[in-house]
Design a protein around this ligand. Structure first.
Ligand SMILES: [Ca+2]
Length: 128
C-alpha cells in the first residue's frame, strides 16, 4: 500500500481511514495533510478523529505530537497556530487556537503516539 486517498479523512465516514504507507516500507514522519476549504474562512480550531475501528492495529498511526497551520494560499504557511500532543486514545481531539483567516488548513503529524512511522485519521475537520 502507498497510503490511502486523502479524501478518506474528509468524507464524513468514520470507517474510511486516511493512512500513510505502511507496507513495503514507510515514509518517515512528519506527515502532513492539508484541507482546502474552497473559500476563505476564519478558522479557530481543528478536529482530529483517530481511527475508530477495533483490533490489534487500532492505535497504529494515532497522532501524538502535532502542529496546525492556516494559510491563505496553500504555499505560505507562516508559523504554527497551534502545537501540542494528543493523548493516546481514540477519542475526538479538538485543537483550539486564535482565529486566523485562510482557505487552507494543515495538520502536521510530528510523531505517532508509539513512535511508529505512520499517521492515520478517520476524519479531520476545520472548526470556526
Ligand atoms: Ca473517513
Amino acid at each position: 500500500m502507498n497510503g490511502s486517498a486523502r479524501d478518506d479523512a474528509f468524507d464524513g465516514n468514520l470507517s474510511t481511514i486516511w493512512y500513510t504507507k505502511y507496507t513495503g516500507g514507510s515514509d518517515p514522519a512528519p506527515h502532513e495533510i492539508q484541507i482546502n476549504m474552497g473559500a476563505s474562512y476564519s478558522v479557530s480550531g481543528l478536529r482530529y478523529l483517530p481511527r475508530q475501528d477495533g483490533g490489534s492495529g487500532a492505535a497504529n498511526g494515532r497522532i501524538g505530537q502535532h502542529e496546525v497551520y492556516v494559510s491563505t494560499d496553500g504555499t505560505n504557511w507562516g508559523t504554527a497556530v497551534a502545537t501540542g500532543a494528543f493523548a493516546n486514545d481514540a477519542s475526538q481531539k479538538d485543537v483550539r487556537f486564535t482565529a486566523k483567516t485562510g482557505q487552507y488548513l494543515r495538520l502536521r503529524a510530528v510523531s505517532e503516539v508509539a513512535g511508529n512511522p505512520w499517521t492515520s485519521a478517520a476524519e479531520i475537520y476545520a472548526l470556526n
